[in-house]
Design a protein around this ligand. Sequence first.
Ligand SMILES: *Cc1c(COP(=O)(O)O)cnc(C)c1O
Length: 229
Amino acid sequence: MDKVKVQEKVNKIKEYISSNGYGDVNIIAATKYMTSEENRILYECGIKEFGENRTDVFLEKYEALKDLDIKWHFFGYLHPRKAKDIIDKIDCLHTLDSSSLALEISKRRTEVLECFICVNLDEEPVKSKSSKAPKASGVPYSKVKAFVKSLAKYPNIKVVGLMCVSKFTFDDEVLKQDFSKLNSLKEEIEELYLDHAPVNRLSMGMSNDYKIALKCGSTDLRLGHIFLE
Ligand SMILES: *Cc1c(COP(=O)(O)O)cnc(C)c1O
């Protein structure tokens, strides 16, 4: 990873955000393709927020980069059983998607944890007959509001926003529809003025579609391979 090129990339993205008037947008580097040393280079180029997908890799990097002032995000699927390994070390969880995970967090986390609800925009049924079946990937769209309300009983969970993973498509219209759908749900919940759930942020947009996501109201971009190009 060439530091000069990375710095140019970081500057270009920041410049795009500010010149288009998007204001308060967090750039979170999704660093699953990077080594700790590459995380360090990104940090030196001005990226202070990192997100990982796997608990074991997160723990390795957390130890290796302890000397830096990093805001750590986690946005992989988090099995409730694994929550205890990382839950006191992260600053923000993007993939809260079940009551059992919420319960684990409430038991294991000492301070308040910022959480995004991971939303499944398509409402596909989650298959769980065999252990090889796909893992839960978000709360079905129609159940999100009730789920957010149900979290009021956990004083250490603060629901800051909604999150979605973009479909694998190059069809801008499909992406726009999905991002807009998440944005309207966010606004609906935000207007409930729930004490435990301000829900005024949107974690959406990755390297290939972050410009569309910004147009649709994203406040938290999760960018990965764009830094390696
Ligand atoms: C890897 C990953 C990203 C970043 O993806 P890129 O396409 O490399 O920008 C964002 N969000 C999640 C949940 C990821 O796993």
